[in-house]
Design a protein around this ligand. Structure first.
Ligand code: XIL
Length: 324
């Protein structure tokens, strides 16, 4: 092969190009493993490091699935992003229905972060410490978060401090959605992270999820300005969960794949151009593994490789962006 693969181009630019990994596909599908190792130099466990799968009971941690992903990454020279320590979703019933008071919830989150970050110390090099921590109108579950309601806004400071204590070498991120193109959400994140920094909280970066669509792709200039704004605070930035849905777009299937490729190119260029850039992670390896059809209830094809594992126009476009 004469054209360098995605991961070689990324490495040449000092970037991580990652993919969210499905633990079952990694275990069962040799083609999936081969494609993942060939093209990507980073992984994020898609679900295996969330609270519920890790912690079926308060007194039991189950690291087996996450360990398999982390071991695969180590064997193939890939970085691991840990996702996510404090999130309002993927929580077990024993926690959400436990009737715990403030002190006990604080103890539960503290023991969770200390145990999980400590377990993967030195092997998981970046963590989404808090995910989707701001209240938003379109998802009332965030304001009702057991952490926010049960502990109070101080849980953010605490979560970062506990994570830093458990692995002082890990890069700690605040991760959220809907802010790629600037606007009110980006301003709210900006205010939040300025507060964390002013209080001396160990925060190193902001992750922008990047779940976008043909009709909702961020304006490239606005995205660049958003990334620059966080960099000006001394923070790394990363596009952490990129997918580009076709639904809602116009044109023939071919035209929509071409438009999708254009969005991937813009996102790749933005990731390369950003000061203090850290990388871009796609939220799944192939269209067969994307969460979008299940989440939206509509078929879609938002990733770089199709359901038959063949590269799409989006793949070529991202490669071009990385070639610079
Ligand atoms: C999604 C996973 O992709 C699905 O498999 C799971 O059923 C639900 O969560 N924002 C996030 C991710 O931060 O953790 C979510 O991942 C997608 C939206």
């Amino acid at each position: 092969m004469t054209t360098p693969l995605l991961r070689a181009l990324a490495a040449g630019r000092g970037l991580t190009i990652g993919a969210a990994v499905d633990a079952a596909a990694l275990r069962d599908d040799a083609r999936y493993r081969a494609l993942l190792a060939r093209e990507f130099n980073g992984v994020t466990p898609e679900n295996a490091l969330k609270f519920a799968p890790l912690r079926p009971r308060r007194d039991r941690f189950d690291f087996a699935e996450a360990e398999a992903i982390v071991a695969f990454a180590a064997a193939h020279g890939m970085r691991v992003r840990g996702h996510a320590l404090a999130w309002h979703r993927a929580l077990p019933d024993w926690l959400t229905a436990g009737g715990f008071g403030r002190e006990e919830l604080t103890a539960i989150l503290r023991e969770h972060i200390a145990t999980v970050v400590g377990h993967f110390r030195g092997r998981v090099t970046a963590w989404d410490v808090v995910n989707e921590g701001l209240p938003v109108a379109h998802d009332p579950a965030r304001a009702a978060s057991v952490w926010l309601r049960g502990i109070g806004p101080a849980y953010l400071d605490l979560a970062f401090r506990w994570a830093h204590a458990a692995d002082p070498g890990a890069r700690l991120f605040y991760n959220d959605d809907g802010a790629e193109g600037g606007g009110a959400k980006a301003a709210a994140i900006d205010a939040l992270v300025r507060g964390l920094l002013a209080r001396g909280v160990p925060l190193h970066g902001v992750g922008l999820q990047g779940h976008v669509g043909l009709a909702t792709a961020p304006d490239p200039g606005a995205l660049a300005a958003t990334l620059r704004g966080f960099a000006a605070l001394g923070l790394a930035t990363e596009l952490t969960e990129v997918d580009v849905r076709l639904q809602g777009g116009n044109g023939t299937p071919e035209e929509r794949l071409t438009a999708q490729a254009g969005v991937y190119r813009d996102l790749g260029l933005a990731a390369c151009a950003a000061p203090r850039r850290a990388g871009l992670t796609v939220w799944g390896v192939t269209d067969r593994h994307s969460w979008i059809p299940g989440h939206t209830g509509r078929p879609d094809a938002p990733l770089l490789f199709d359901a038959g594992y063949a590269p799409k126009p989006a793949y070529a476009a991202l490669r071009e962006a990385l070639r610079g």
